[in-house]
Ligand binder design. Structure first.
Ligand SMILES: [Fe+2]
Length: 282
């Protein structure tokens, strides 16, 4: 398994109809999937995409052409979709799609311009986020991604020692371990919503704010951040237990529409029979 995205890995998966190719984006994270029409994938290819997401944390599938209904169908290959309540800026017929936009009237304009994983406020967080670019802006609106496993591994050991037993709390009271083992791989990752976290359990507000600022700086170290420049037809999947993201500013003069679907968390998301301290950092 690829640990920190600094080597080049290429694999080919042949099928009778066409060839799907998964290419590492090299440093710092992610892979690009080529030669596939997501509307028409075999069960074997779905499994390969699921495995690649576990391996790379982020998949970019360019050049797709999806209606909202097709986006829902394609997204469902990765799990059960979350629904969103009816709202003026939602697509009425598609409650599974959360439409992000640069302009009021097109969709939700308030998005996380700070490091976060979608659905972190849930008791069982959202496992994956999936975006499909409908309308490309002329400039701006990149999305930044960072590998939270790599972030955990690259903390100085003395800081890790202090932090590894900490719990965060959201403003709605939901708590999560700051270091969360991945439910499938067991790899520890930092899990922090810089914008919505109320603080650390047992910390003063000042101490919490200081540590959040310190971690924010760590997550933003330039060589660890991948900036995705959106092209029309881009389909991007992030493993929220491994990769955090943040929006960058975009002018309302620009028109950008990004349809997002999210995969509901299932069951315990970390193995409660093991404490976080017992799990070794790889
Ligand atoms: Fe987000």
């Amino acid at each position: 398994m690829k640990a920190c995205g600094d080597e080049f890995v290429e694999s080919n998966f042949a099928s009778e109809e066409y060839e799907m190719k998964i290419v590492s984006m090299a440093a710092p994270l992610g892979a690009r999937v080529e030669g596939v029409d997501l509307r028409n994938v075999s069960r074997q290819e779905i499994k390969q995409l699921q495995d690649a997401l576990l391996q790379f944390g982020l998949l970019h599938v360019p050049k797709q052409a999806l209606t909202p209904q097709e986006q829902i169908q394609v997204s469902s290959n990765f799990g059960e979709l979350e629904d969103f309540p009816p709202a003026a800026n939602q697509l009425a017929a598609f409650p599974q799609i959360f439409r992000v936009a640069s302009r009021h009237g097109d969709g939700h304009v308030e998005v996380g311009r700070y490091w976060h994983s979608d659905g972190s406020f849930r008791q069982i967080p959202t496992t994956m986020s999936i975006w499909y670019l409908v309308q490309k802006p002329e400039a701006g609106g990149e999305t930044l991604f960072t590998d939270m496993q790599f972030a955990a591994q690259s903390l100085p050991p003395e800081k890790l020692e202090v932090m590894k037993s900490l719990e965060t709390f959201h403003r709605n009271g939901v708590r999560h371990p700051l270091f969360m083992p991945h439910p499938k791989t067991g790899q520890l990752a930092l899990y922090l919503n810089v914008g919505l976290t109320g603080g650390f359990v047992g910390y003063t507000p000042e101490a919490s704010a200081q540590l959040i600022a310190e971690l924010n700086q760590h997550l933003s170290r330039p060589h660890a951040v991948y900036a995705h420049h959106w092209e029309e037809g881009d389909f991007v999947i992030a493993d929220n237990y491994r990769v955090a993201h943040r929006a960058t500013p975009i002018s309302s003069n620009q028109r950008r529409i990004l349809d997002r679907t999210t995969i509901r968390g299932t069951g315990a998301f970390w193995n409660e029979s093991q404490t976080v301290q017992e799990l070794a950092l790889a």
